[in-house]
Design a protein around this ligand. Structure first.
Ligand code: SAJ
Length: 441
């Protein structure tokens, strides 16, 4: 008797008897696990980090977007549990994979986390199971990396016995307005049956699911989202360089252009591109295109401009000190804000690390302050601690370099106390215009 595993799975997803697992409990996986559990599924979170497992089992949360009381409630009611061992997948019917996809030092994608999770999962694939990859990656990953490792040994056919799809994560840590629950979710399957099963699953828990025709379309849509940002940031960074040559205020130009009510989206120049998404995801696409003998010129050019911004900022600091009769060499520079973007505590890929290294290489004595980052390790492996007395450090600095414009700073007090400021974020606004002791990007 032929069992229709798609129907069997869909029925179990709709009546919540399907057991769910989320592999990788970071800023994407834990909110997703909680969202599925809140929708009535019994969810097992799997992660290699025992501290995450212990925290969840204790009803605690290590992700600011996930309240501890939510974790505690779901654990107490048996809706959420956590395990370090993939054997927990034995009874599971629906698995989301949310593991990291970093770049290697060579700039090539590091697929080791995806491959390792897939190979572990392959031991537990059974008829009527669905697997959805969420990790940002190059188009073709789901079909080329996951599919050959899943179901083959057990003679299972994708789209008939088990189901496989891709659904890009769209989590912006710290955001309150858009959450895992209410952010539209793109989903594309290896086969139409895979798309149908994955769409049914996610529709049980998320407010809006956007099915597309294939896993590749879903993979590519995510890369478009983040490449769009990276290229437009590169555009305004180059605009800042051009405006400086022209003697035009780039911030005024962008604000003026942003008054256009249609056909324009505001981006602002800065000291470079940080974070674990925007500077990295587009390089997955340009890397993949090399295997098609195609050069993704926009991505490469924007990446070149963005990665050149730290050096450009240091050059501008040198010019500003020079205007005040000082050499960068031997001067005291205070870097203000080192997180990769304002009001968060994440320093991954932050351009501040490049700027600190470049200032030091040119002989400056560098200190930093950031209320969210108590300590940091520079690219040269040097451990630095946040200065204790901010205003004292501002007064003592030959140049204050505003790299990340956290809202908590009292910029008026900083302008009054500083000898010289280079503002790479227009943090000072009007206070920075026509001010002899302020230079701006
Ligand atoms: N940046 C600029 N100028 C801009 C915008 C950003 O220099 O106009 C810099 C930031 O300072 C930062 C980097 O670019 O160093 C990335 O900033 P981001 O605002 O893109 O923030 P991210 O990296 O946290 O991007 C996330 C992304 N979310 C996901 O990938 C799921 C992105 O898709 C979101 O659009 C973005 O948050 C957001 O809108 O906040």
């Amino acid at each position: 008797m032929n069992i229709n595993y798609k129907e069997l799975l869909i029925n179990r997803l709709v009546d919540r008897t399907a057991k769910v697992a989320v592999v990788g409990l970071g800023y994407v996986g834990l909110p997703l696990a909680v969202t599925f559990a809140n929708a009535g599924f019994t969810v097992t979170g799997i992660d290699l980090d025992p501290r995450k497992i212990d925290a969840i089992q204790r009803g605690e949360s290590y992700i600011p977007d996930v309240p501890a009381e939510t974790v505690a409630r779901l654990v107490q009611t048996g809706k959420l549990s956590a395990a370090a061992d993939f054997a927990a997948l034995k009874e599971v019917d629906a698995v989301s994979i949310c593991v990291p996809t970093p770049l290697r030092k060579t700039g090539d994608p590091d697929m080791s986390y995806i491959i390792s999770a897939t190979e572990q999962l392959a031991r537990y694939v059974h008829p009527g199971m669905i697997i959805v990859l969420e990790s940002t990656t190059y188009p073709g990953t789901t079909r080329e990396i996951l599919l050959p490792r899943l179901g083959v040994e057990k003679g299972l056919t994708v789209g008939v016995d088990f189901f496989l799809a891709f659904s890009p994560e769209r989590v912006d840590p710290g955001r309150q307005d858009f959450t895992t629950l209410n952010t539209p979710k793109v989903i594309g399957g290896i086969t139409p049956a895979c798309s149908e099963a994955a769409t049914t699953w996610y529709s049980q828990a998320l407010q809006k699911v956007v099915p597309v025709s294939s896993a590749e379309a879903a993979e590519m849509s995510k890369l478009l989202e983040n490449t769009f940002r990276m290229i437009n940031i590169g555009l305004v960074n180059e605009l800042a360089i051009m405006c400086e040559r022209l003697g035009v205020d780039v911030w005024e130009v962008i604000d003026a252009a942003a008054t256009k009510p249609f056909g324009f989206m505001k981006f602002t120049p800065g000291p470079g591109l940080g974070g674990h998404c925007i500077p990295i995801d587009p390089l997955y696409l340009s890397w993949k295109m090399k295997s098609f003998q195609y050069t993704a010129r926009f991505i490469e050019l924007a990446s070149e401009i963005n990665t050149g911004m730290p050096r450009y900022v240091v050059g501008r600091v040198m010019d500003a000190l020079n205007e005040h009769g000082k050499a960068l060499k031997g001067s005291k520079c205070l870097v203000l804000g080192v997180a990769y973007k304002p009001d968060i505590d994440d320093i991954r890929e932050s351009p501040a690390l490049d700027i600190i290294g470049l200032l030091e290489k040119k002989g400056a004595e560098v200190l930093y302050h950031d209320p969210y980052i108590p300590r940091l390790r520079t690219h040269d492996g040097i451990q630095m601690s946040c200065v204790e007395d901010l205003m004292n450090a501002v007064r003592a600095a030959d140049c204050v370099v505003i790299v990340t414009n956290h809202r908590v700073y009292d910029y008026q007090a900083i302008v009054e106390a500083a000898n010289l400021i280079f503002d790479s974020r227009n943090a000072l606004g009007a206070m920075g215009r026509q001010n002899p002791k302020v230079a701006r990007l």
